[in-house]
Design a protein around this ligand. Sequence first.
Ligand code: ACO
Length: 330
Amino acid sequence: MRKAYIDAIGMYVPPKIVTNQDLEKIMDTSDQWIRERSGIQERHHVDGECTTDLALKATEEVLEKAGMVAEDIDHIIFSTMASDYFVPGGGPMMTRRLGIPGTPAVDIRMACSGFLYGLSIAKAFIESGAHDNILLITSEVQSVALDFSTEGRDTAVLFGDGAAATVLKATDTDRGLLSVVTHSDGRYAEDLMMRTPSTLDNPLLTHALLDQGHGRVKMNGRSVFKHAITKFPQVIKEALEKAGVEKDQIKLVVPHQANLRITEAVAKRLDLKLHEVVYSNIHKYGNTTSASIPIALYEAMAEGKLHRGDYLVVASFGAGFTWGASVIKW
Ligand code: ACO
């Protein structure tokens, strides 16, 4: 049966590194608080670059790795929480930046679950025979929407900017995406949100709204934590069952890099060895939303943690709430 598989991944983070010590200088926080609560030591922030700038760099790398040119891309799936413009989205912008006008592109804004939703769309496109070569871009510029005053410290310290680009291709072998499961629940929309610009307001953007902080990311950290540590294990079990793979067969779990404490709690609930089976690189990048899983996957591959035939699980939880998991035979 025709399946989708991940052929190559490219990644890019902007060069500017912001350490916990840098944040100590601009808000009432401490390196110790941030490390203990999240595992984060530093993150990258843009310094003038926009979302498609990061996306382009990651795409250039993945095309080279996949032995492709831009014209070989059949469809772009573009995941971000912040595209260059409010409208149009990043997908069409990438056809311009890659010089491939006319290439179909779809934008998704599924927050931290963007990679999982992107995999589900790519899987459907490829398995149905509609397309052969999919470029899944996950590019996030979040530092421009964070509140770096002490009031915003519970959220601002967690996020970083970064991008990944993943090429998915078709195969008739037994490798590839065995299952992709996705969920969403809008009852908790306000627990992690950025309200403005919003059609709740007319006009949708005013100085007053910005002055009230509505143009900044707001989070109910405890609610996110509580739901994340429940949904991650549930959806991983669901994806394993759908794929017909046993937990003991898993070689590597690459969860969305939300927070090391969430990852630790999930590993414990699934009885998985944190450092052997569950991958984390959050200390270097913070939470890069939809880019975090492919960036982690990129680094796990570079560290030799994945070999052809291994069973890999990727899983996410984030704003919406949205969550998902996929079992992949590498
Ligand atoms: N530096 C120093 N102190 C801080 C900071 C900070 N950056 N942020 C909050 N505090 C203070 C609070 O004001 C509070 O002070 P108080 O006791 O005087 O009122 C104290 O630290 C403890 O605050 P809590 O909210 O109890 O801290 P908690 O242990 O719950 O940790 C955290 C907060 C880290 C946000 C936690 O709730 C969490 O991990 N939530 C999950 C959030 C997450 O991962 N989001 C990522 C996006 S969603 C996703 O990707 C899944």
